[in-house]
Design a protein around this ligand. Structure first.
Ligand code: SF4
Length: 367
């Protein structure tokens, strides 16, 4: 299950996720009231007879909710879903809003993993990104979460305006030294409709050398790259994200949430106002849903599988989507140079170099 908390302190200029700056607590109450209605609807579905294996509470900034609001959120989930067999439960947190009370509350409930949106440990980077936290907040947040024995992941951004390889290396070094179990490295992307997408900042460096350095350095420090953007200590991969890459069912709830149920992908409305009013009127909050054709689904499985170090199983692809569709997928991959893709009798995986140019490989698949 993915649950979206759509509130932030303020909007970062590059962010395309659905979230709104929090103005007062009434709006949080309205959100929770609506969420309860959506959860109740889901609880009656056939899918909810099965226990949920992984829970991911993302945003937005889930750590912006108070302990009192979290108690309500917990009740909504506990009362409507079977969480008895959860293998992993993650909360996304921002360094500026994480605190001991929240960590104690999460510890006492079912949360096992905290994903902290540090983005950088460099004062200059954080100012440019207009993040609502400092470099001191970032290291302190990690310390607090580790003290409470959570599995901790840290997000870092590269390719920032004016960023140098030296600065990037220091960020990676600080993250490794902090003792986190998992590091996600994302390249800054300029998304349409965001302030930076419309008016890009100057001095954005090429991301390739930053990414290559992360692959080299993190591996040397004992972090295994198990997905294009994800590095983890052995056995501490994010199970929830693996579920996306293997197309497992995922109930997405909350405004702007994505879900995938029985071969159908859907997205909830990215508007809190609409989400609240539709639920009040007893209407569906789905803005969009689609079932992929067998070929599109085979291409998607290939793309998602190739993102991971386990790659795709050739026989499995044939069994799932038929020989004809599998053949079409393999023919589209034929032109990809040998140093980017490793072809084994039953498996296909990207090489480390292949991971660096993932986007170009997806283009081959889609065209
Ligand atoms: S804190 Fe995260 S979700 Fe919120 S606006 Fe910034 S990048 Fe987006």
């Amino acid at each position: 299950m993915y649950l979206h908390v759509p509130f932030c302190v303020r909007k970062c200029p590059y962010c395309a996720f659905y979230s709104v700056p929090i103005k007062n607590r009434d709006v949080v109450r309205e959100y929770l009231d609506a969420l309860e209605v959506e959860a109740l609807k889901w609880s009656k579905s056939r899918l909810c007879q099965y226990p949920i294996r992984t829970l991911y509470i993302g945003g937005g900034t889930p750590s912006i909710l108070s302990v009192h609001e979290w108690e309500r959120l917990k009740d909504i989930l506990d009362q409507n879903f079977n969480l008895a067999l959860l293998e992993e439960a993650t909360v996304e947190a921002n360094p500026g809003s994480i605190n001991k009370e929240l960590l104690n509350f999460w510890k006492g409930w079912r949360i096992t993993r905290i994903s902290i949106g540090c983005q950088s440990f460099d004062k200059g980077d954080l100012t440019i990104l207009a993040r609502p936290h400092s470099e001191v907040d970032a290291t302190r947040a990690i310390e607090l979460a580790l003290e409470r024995d959570f599995y901790v992941s840290c997000d870092l951004l590269f390719g920032l305006p004016g960023q140098t390889l030296r600065k990037w290396h220091k960020n990676l070094q600080t993250a490794v030294k902090s003792g986190v179990h998992h590091i996600s490295c994302y390249e800054l992307t300029l998304e349409e409709g965001t302030p930076w997408g419309d008016v890009p900042p100057k001095n954005i460096p090429q991301g390739y050398p930053f990414y290559r350095w992360a692959q080299y350095y993190l591996e040397k420090k004992g972090f295994e790259q198990y997905e294009i953007a994800s590095f983890a200590r052995s056995g501490l991969e994010c199970k929830h994200n693996l579920g996306y890459w293997y197309r497992r069912n995922c109930i997405g709830i909350g405004p702007g949430a994505w879900g995938f149920v029985s071969g159908r992908r859907y997205k909830n409305v990215s508007s809190l106002k609409m989400y609240v009013s539709r639920l009040k009127e007893g209407r569906s909050v789905k803005q969009w849903s689609e079932r992929l054709s067998d070929l599109s689904a085979a291409l998607e499985v290939t793309m998602l599988g190739l993102r991971t170090r386990w790659g795709i199983d050739v026989m499995e692809l044939e069994e799932m989507f038929g020989e004809k569709n599998a053949k079409e997928v393999f023919s589209r991959l034929e032109n990809i140079p040998k140093h980017l893709i490793k072809r084994m009798p039953r498996k296909l995986t990207l090489t480390r170099q292949g991971m660096r140019v993932g986007n170009a490989i997806w283009q081959e698949l889609i065209l």
